[in-house]
Design a protein around this ligand. Structure first.
Ligand SMILES: [Zn+2]
Length: 264
């Protein structure tokens, strides 16, 4: 009888743990590091630490911004290393009438856009990015998280252009819950390293996808994280690599698509 129970368990156990492991590329959770708005700190502060730890991330680039347009050859190298150059439009149009949005210039206020103008801008940004990285597949990030032109949503109109799109809602989700065209992300502003690590621990616990949304890293933007906190997060990811899949969003989104195909 004892023999029977033991062999029964040995047959069952590998099956259970294999299924468990397969959720995120063989790991417990997925973490995506995203950096918005083509800031100089992306190239000067972020890329060196990503390189040193062997990580890659997604950079959402409004391609008219000088941090991109004046440093094209460096962005080419960033792409060559496996990082994703994500589409963040040409001019970063946002709805300017809401409180706190006074910085939006009238020419780039979504309230003054037509749908066609926005879609043209997004397509043109894809052409520019393809000229830099040679890629036809990438993800998009909604500038300011805005998803409408006037009263019309543009979410369904960009589906064919992108593998997925990142929103700004602070949520982490399990693989089966994810809407690829509104992927949640935690906007980071002033959190400590411990607070960032706590989010990752939660993602491991929940077997979730966790997307970080950074602007300034060690300065250059009013939404900012210190170099210390950012470094603490990355070192935690490195130390726990066996449980955490760190990848650009385009890779993770393609994986989610395939997973949903197989498991529907
Ligand atoms: Zn932005």
């Amino acid at each position: 009888m004892v023999f029977f129970i033991t062999s029964y368990l040995t047959v069952l156990m590998p099956a259970i743990s294999a299924q468990d492991k397969e959720v995120w590329h063989g790991k417990k959770c997925a973490v995506c590091l995203t950096y918005d708005d083509a800031l100089n700190v992306d190239l000067d502060n972020v890329i060196p630490i990503l390189d040193s730890l062997g990580f890659t991330g997604t950079f959402y680039l409004p391609v008219s911004f000088p941090g991109f347009s004046e440093r094209l050859s460096e962005w080419k190298d960033v792409a060559k290393k496996g990082n994703e150059l994500g589409n963040h439009t040409l001019y970063h149009p946002c709805a300017g009438k809401a409180p706190g949005m006074e910085w939006v210039k009238p020419d780039y206020d979504l309230n003054n856009y037509t749908m066609q103008r926005l879609l043209d801008e997004i397509k043109m940004a894809n052409i520019v990015l393809k000229a830099i990285d040679g890629k036809s597949e990438r993800t998009f990030a909604y500038p300011c998280g805005d998803t409408t032109v006037g009263d019309s949503s543009y979410v369904s109109k960009i589906r064919e252009e992108f593998v997925a799109a990142r929103g700004v809602e602070g949520k982490m989700q399990r693989i089966e819950e994810i809407d690829l065209y509104n992927i949640g992300a935690y906007g980071i502003n002033g959190q400590s390293g411990d607070e960032l690590v706590r989010l990752v621990k939660e993602a491991i616990e929940d077997k979730a996808l966790l997307v970080f949304l950074f602007h300034g890293v060690g300065g250059e933007h009013s939404l900012n994280v210190s170099l210390e906190a950012h470094s603490k997060l990355l070192h935690f990811l490195k130390q726990n690599e066996k449980d955490i899949w760190v990848a650009p969003l385009v890779k993770i989104a393609k994986y989610i698509k395939e997973y949903k195909q197989v498991n529907k």
